[in-house]
Design a binder for this molecule. Structure first.
Ligand code: PLP
Length: 395
């Protein structure tokens, strides 16, 4: 295994040299005045990535799962009802977390490959005249299936039902890679993490929290200590942290935001679309099928791809790793053995994507897939040549 090779798992992503260097700092005193100067602008600038003016950015030393927990513990009480659709491993895990916190979870079961069913949300919310449902939970980008959901449509459904529930959105594998508009979509809590679009090491749960969610905090009775918004916001107000912060990650975050703004968020989203489209052309040329049902659901950060009948997707990802030292995402949950995933997010160029496509083609050829060697690479090359990227050179 060579660490020269990029990873093609859908997070954690490749960490560009510039960000590794930014995180490579000696311990500094997080109670010294210069920590304030570093941290406060990070919180402020992260609001631009959530596209919120009204929201507050809160971060914890945790992975995305900690962000899920922080969202519910700060705003809900035991026995509160939440409405969630299950259409992949990550929506499933958030449901599990809610159940373990004694929330009453109304689950809409959906096929894996579909997205958030706005029409079903509307129907259920319309009949909930007593407003028992306190929050609707949606996974924006289901990393297990490569499905992107339409959050604006969910917001419209909630508005059409005139329902006051809060809207919580998991954007762990979409933020800073795909469009996200917290205020325009009326999102009350958006949950993300440092290790995907921000291209950093794992270890910061990053949340955008609306004024409505902060108001809900006043009556919320689920217990919380480490993840208490109030403690964190209180300390943040004076530029500090209620406990020891992940200092190196915060330095990394400062540089990551610089990189994203230098490229321009619109360009970042366009790059992810272009890279994803190159991968989709390759999948088509191989004669394989995406797990995502329809083009409007295609994720720009991860493609989940069915292997042909009679093949085992785990053998394919093992072959890529063992023979060529390159990691691809395995199929999770219902998709295990049936689909593999190509992560195409974060610090990635056309050339890197082509190397991933070439590698998985070699692994497929080794395992005698009915796929012509070079066909996917050629389809992606053709697409990339016709939709050439603006070259971004790091300072
Ligand atoms: N939500 C989504 C969509 C994810 O892709 C992941 C992780 O891959 C998580 C939540 C959980 O985040 P973490 O593994 O950082 O706890």
């Amino acid at each position: 295994m060579s660490d020269q090779n990029p990873v093609f798992i859908p997070g954690p992503t490749n960490i560009p040299d510039r960000l590794r260097a930014a995180m490579h700092v000696q311990t500094r005193d997080h109670r010294a005045p210069d920590f304030v100067e570093t941290f406060a602008p990070v919180l402020e600038d992260t609001k631009k990535v959530f596209d919120t003016r009204d929201g507050t950015v809160i971060t914890f030393p945790a992975s995305g799962t900690g962000g899920w927990e922080a969202a519910i513990c700060n705003t809900l009480s035991p026995g509160d009802k939440v409405l969630v659709a299950r259409y992949g491993m990550f929506s499933h895990r958030w449901i599990d977390l809610c159940q373990r916190h004694q929330l009453e979870v109304q689950i809409i079961e959906c096929s894996w490959g579909s997205g958030a069913p706005a029409d079903k949300f509307e129907a259920i919310l319309t009949t909930d005249k007593a407003h028992d449902i306190k929050a609707v939970l949606v996974t924006h980008n289901e990393t297990a299936t490569g499905v992107k959901s339409d959050i604006a449509a969910v917001r419209s459904a909630m508005d059409a039902a005139s329902h006051p529930a809060m809207l919580f959105v998991d954007c762990v594998s979409s933020l800073a890679s795909m469009e996200f508009h917290m205020d325009a979509w009326g999102v009350d809590i958006a949950v993300s993490g440092s290790q995907k679009g921000f291209m950093l090491a794992t270890g910061m749960a990053i949340l955008g929290v609306s004024p409505k969610a902060l108001a809900a905090m006043e009556d919320a009775k689920l217990s919380r200590t480490f993840f208490d918004f109030r403690d964190m916001m209180g300390a943040n107000a004076s530029g500090g942290f209620p406990y020891t912060p992940p200092l190196q990650l915060i330095y990394g975050m400062r540089e990551s935001l610089k990189m994203l703004f230098e490229e321009g968020l619109e360009n970042v989203y366009a790059r992810h679309f272009r890279l994803a489209e190159g991968v989709r052309r390759a999948v088509d040329a191989w004669g394989l099928k995406l797990v995502a049902d329809t083009p409007d659901l295609y994720s720009d950060t991860v493609s989940a791809i069915y292997v042909p009948e009679g093949f085992d997707s785990n053998a394919l990802t093992d072959q890529a790793f063992n023979a060529y030292g390159v990691s691809f995402g395995i199929g999770l949950g219902e998709m295990n053995g049936k689909a593999f995933r190509i992560g195409h997010l974060g610090s990635l160029t056309d050339v890197m994507v082509l190397s991933g496509l070439a590698t998985i083609e070699m692994a497929m050829a080794d395992l005698e897939y009915p796929v012509e060697l070079g066909s996917g690479v050629a389809a992606a090359q053709d697409y990339f040549r016709r939709h050439r990227a603006a070259l971004v050179r790091s300072a």
